[in-house]
Design a protein around this ligand. Structure first.
Ligand SMILES: Cc1cc2nc3c(=O)[nH]c(=O)nc-3n(C[C@H](O)[C@H](O)[C@H](O)COP(=O)(O)OP(=O)(O)OC[C@H]3O[C@@H](n4cnc5c(N)ncnc54)[C@H](O)[C@@H]3O)c2cc1C
Length: 383
């Protein structure tokens, strides 16, 4: 059996990103096998993320914006993103671009196959796909299913349904997406709408909820219809695409490195930010760090410093406030965006802030519910 240097189990966002970053590194000539059960020819998702300056996928961005709109309770407005831009990348553009780039490398193989098993062995990582065995020095696995049932942790879901609509009247401001619009019935949860304009008559309108249970399909659709009727002067409109997704918002510990020759990546590796669901940029950073470590040390080691673990605590506190309904979510996000510049919020969510900057953001939150949430989180962890 041929032994590869790297097997990438799952050629979705994380797997293709890792292969892309490897192809940009001194390891570009290593033998790599990318296994996925799908051909990745569908536009199955759209990624939004913020970034300072230009990133590796700048040329294939679908849209990018310097200003976003926020609609909260008693505060609304355009938010200038300063050094950041809010970027939108369509899944299909990413898959096509990265796969055709990787196709130039004779040492990188793609195989469409269903992975049945990923297993540690003394000789390396072992994968069975379509009943065929494969072996590699390291297996990078984005297919491992997360078990988000730990009762001592927070297990929320971010679930959303979106429609790409084309309207009779020009009603979208192409320079200004609505990032969070809370003008939708909260029903005791955190519910908001995104509007991402493609042009004056076409946009992705997405209804998003943070809670613990999915809704029947008709409820998302009802909320979308109501929002469009109340807040967009569309005239008639047609739906050309739909998007549905569920992203874990959980602080259940994930194992990025379950064993010597296996590394989990993407959502499976814990690269989803628990308090926001944003995954794309965190995965890029994690994949770049893995490649750097492979280049410099020959091992895919990524050990965040002890001090950085404070961000996990902040995530858990926010999840606890949401899970336990300690404060209305629409009011909480309104305070966040009213009292802090978006540049500081993005930096905080990117986990790049100093303790002083974090104190100012945390201080803008309601004291009592956040203190109770902190105590509850510490209690849960201690016992
Ligand atoms: C609809 C949607 C919209 C999202 N929008 C955003 C966003 O705007 N911003 C953001 O930061 N994050 C977003 N996310 C979250 C996150 O970025 C994506 O889920 C991202 O695709 C996760 O990357 P991944 O590589 O972990 O998983 P995936 O991209 O899902 O890749 C896993 C791959 O493994 C393959 N696979 C799984 N099981 C097997 C098997 N047994 N055998 C073979 N292949 C297998 C799958 O076919 C898939 O290609 C979104 C998620 C969804 C679902």
């Amino acid at each position: 059996m041929k032994k590869y240097d790297f097997i990438i189990a799952g050629g979705g966002m994380a797997g293709l990103s890792l292969a892309y970053h490897l192809s940009q590194s001194p390891l570009r000539d290593r033998s790599i096998l990318i296994l996925d059960k799908e051909d990745k020819k569908q536009n199955d998702r759209t990624w939004c993320f913020w970034e300072e300056g230009e990133g590796p996928f700048e040329s294939i961005l679908f849209r990018k914006w310097q200003t976003v709109e926020f609609h909260g309770t008693g505060f609304a407005g355009p938010l200038d993103l300063g050094n950041y831009q809010y970027k939108m990348l369509r899944g299909i553009d990413f898959y096509d671009h990265v796969r055709s780039h990787l196709a130039q490398f004779p040492n990188i193989e793609f195989r469409q196959a269903t992975i049945n098993r990923v297993k540690e062995t003394p000789q390396g990582g072992f994968v069975i796909a379509n009943d065929e065995p494969y072996m590699a020095t390291y297996v990078f696995d984005s297919t491992f299913p997360l078990d988000l049932k730990d009762p001592d942790r927070h297990n929320l879901l971010q679930h959303f349904k979106g429609w790409v609509i084309t309207t009779q009247k020009p009603c979208f401001d192409t320079g200004r997406p609505r990032m969070m619009d809370f003008r939708t019935d909260q029903r005791g949860d955190c519910r908001f709408v995104y509007v991402l304009p493609f042009n004056e008559t076409t946009a992705l309108v997405e209804y998003t909820i943070f809670n613990e249970r999915l809704l029947p399909e008709a409820d998302y659709e009802q909320a979308l219809k109501q929002y469009i009727a109340n807040f967009l002067d569309t005239g008639s409109y047609q739906i050309s695409e739909t998007e549905y997704g569920v992203i874990p918002m959980s602080d259940v510990p994930t194992k990025e490195r379950p064993s010597k020759h296996i590394v989990r990546i993407g959502t499976a590796g814990g690269h989803t930010k628990p308090s926001t669901g944003y995954t794309f940029q965190r995965t890029q950073r994690a994949m770049q760090a893995i490649v750097r470590s492979l280049v410099t040390r020959g091992k895919p080691r990524r050990r965040p410093s002890w001090l950085r673990k404070r961000f996990k605590l902040y995530d858990s506190i926010l999840l606890n406030v949401l899970e336990q309904n300690r404060y209305p979510a629409d009011d909480m996000f309104t305070r966040l965006y009213e009292d802090n510049p978006p540049t500081k919020i993005f930096k905080f969510l990117d986990e790049d802030t100093s303790l002083g900057e974090e104190f100012r953001i945390i201080n803008s939150m309601p004291k009592k519910p956040f203190t109770i949430a902190l105590l509850h989180v510490l209690w849960r962890r201690a016992f």
